[in-house]
Design a protein around this ligand. Structure first.
Ligand code: CMC
Length: 433
């Protein structure tokens, strides 16, 4: 095989150097520019990382032009239709689809770890009743590091697998406890007889005073939504987990950093923002006005749930969620005028030159909130559900990074644009300038 290279020539000094091109299995090849600084004394400048691969990974592949998303090679539509969330979690963490017995063992292990130390539940007493659930989730997930620190060895593969199971299991219990705290209701403990999403529903909605029956439509919908959120290669929250984890910090603390990054409206917070936006738009008659606002650069308003850094065609997750949204609302007999509003908004935006030119399509967050709403889940809780779904992706990426022999602390550089070096000025000599 011939060695493929890119030659860079510095037109100032005339110096040239070759840089190796490394092929990817799918997607663009990469130019290895690690020695650029040594060769030329330059850094690369790529704010927001539009052309930068920060790592090599074998977990997830996205082709944003064609709308393809693969986990360990399997297309997302096949996983969403034929797999289950815990099977996908197994796939992400253990790299292969499990045999029946391995999956049963895995499920039992997750079930066992769902129980939270009582001490963890005490943290919730410190939160005000109206604390945002993402604030509670971030804080309490981070606090797991106080319970699991001295005895974990991140260089041990078995320990890493145990950490992964604990994260996936405890996310759902912490999320449900945050929900109960919001509602002012007593905590409900996990039940090993229930499925993963069945447990979440039971811990959120059952009350000691009356029997609660899990609705299979809701259980299945949540399971599928979790699959659709399970991983998305080097997005902002995953990159945050990898960056924090690259220092060798406690993995629960790194996952809490991921929760914090996810919360923002440009990322996982968009599902909550979509419902708030639909509330603000109010009726089909106002759509044109809001589409104009979204196009106006002087107006901060954007169409939430629209656009994506990587997808330049329809987000393949949105295709599935759109259909599930219709199915769930119909099965539950929910007639939500917001669905009609969302569909008209999508239709109008997709015919608009501004959105066509910029390849802006609905993303994963556009319809998910409508499903959560139909399940009686308040909008402030939507991003918590995204976090539950994304947790296996975060932890699988963390595991891959720790096991990578090339792994070193992530440390980007910068182009400094501040004041030139100058002498300290005594207070009495400082002018008003
Ligand atoms: N509404 C109106 N205009 C938009 C939108 C939007 N939602 N998204 C992008 N644009 C415009 C943007 O103004 C820019 O226009 P121009 O070229 O004239 O300056 C062009 O499209 C390119 O956008 P960008 O901001 O440079 O794209 P980005 O890759 O930096 O941002 C994004 C991607 C997802 C943050 C952005 O599309 C956005 O803010 N969308 C709304 C929030 C949202 O739905 N986020 C969820 C993303 S999917 C789930 C997840 O990853 O968490």
């Amino acid at each position: 095989m011939t060695n493929k290279t890119v030659t860079i020539t510095d037109n100032v000094t005339g110096k040239s150097a070759d840089f190796t091109i490394r092929d990817s299995v799918h997607g663009p090849s990469v130019v290895e520019i690690g020695s650029l600084y040594k060769e030329f004394g330059y850094f690369t400048y790529d704010p927001a990382f539009t052309s930068t691969a920060s790592c090599q990974s074998k977990i997830t592949f996205i082709d944003g032009e064609k709308g393809i998303l693969l986990h360990r090679g399997y297309p997302i539509a096949q996983l969403a239709e034929r797999s289950s969330f815990l099977e996908v979690v197994y796939l992400l963490i253990h790299r292969v689809l499990p045999m029946k017995e391995s999956l049963e063992d895995f499920k039992r292990n997750i079930s066992k770890h769902m129980l939270l130390n009582q001490g963890i539940l005490n943290f919730f007493n410190g939160f005000h009743y109206d604390a945002h659930p993402m604030a509670m989730l971030t804080a309490v997930v981070g606090s797991l590091s106080a319970f699991y620190h001295d005895r974990i060895d991140i260089s041990d593969a078995f320990h890493r697998e145990q950490i992964a199971s604990r994260i996936v299991a405890k996310m759902v219990s912490i999320a449900a406890a945050a929900f109960k705290h919001m509602m002012g209701h007593p905590i409900v403990y996990p039940d090993s007889k229930l499925s993963y999403s069945g447990n979440l529903l039971n811990m959120m909605f059952s009350m000691p005073t009356e029997p609660y029956e899990i609705n299979p439509v809701a259980e299945k919908a949540l399971d599928q939504l979790f699959i659709l959120h399970a991983d998305h290669e080097q997005n902002a929250s995953t990159s945050t987990v990898r960056m924090a984890g690259s220092t060798g910090t406690n993995p629960f603390a790194a996952i809490a950093a991921g929760c914090a990054a996810l919360w923002g409206p440009a990322h996982g917070g968009a599902n909550e923002a979509v419902i708030n936006m639909l509330d603000e738009i109010g009726s089909v008659d106002n759509i044109a006005k809001y589409v104009e606002k979204a196009k106006n650069k002087d107006d901060p308003f954007r169409l939430m749930g629209f656009g994506h850094r990587v997808y330049k065609s329809y987000d393949p997750r949105a295709v599935i969620i759109r259909k599930t949204c219709h199915d769930v609302l119909e099965a539950l007999g929910v007639d939500d005028p917001k669905l009609e509003l969302a569909m008209r908004l999508e239709e109008i935006a997709l015919q608009d030159e501004y959105f066509i030119e910029r390849n802006l399509y609905p993303n994963v967050d556009f319809y998910s909130g409508l499903i959560y709403k139909a399940l009686n889940i308040p909008s402030s809780f939507f991003t918590v559900l995204f976090a539950i779904g994304r947790a296996p992706g975060w932890i699988a990426q963390w595991m891959e990074m720790i096991a990578d022999p090339d792994q070193r602390i992530a440390r980007p550089r910068q182009t400094y644009r501040g004041p030139e070096m100058r002498d300290y000025v005594e207070e009495f000599q400082r002018g008003s300038k």
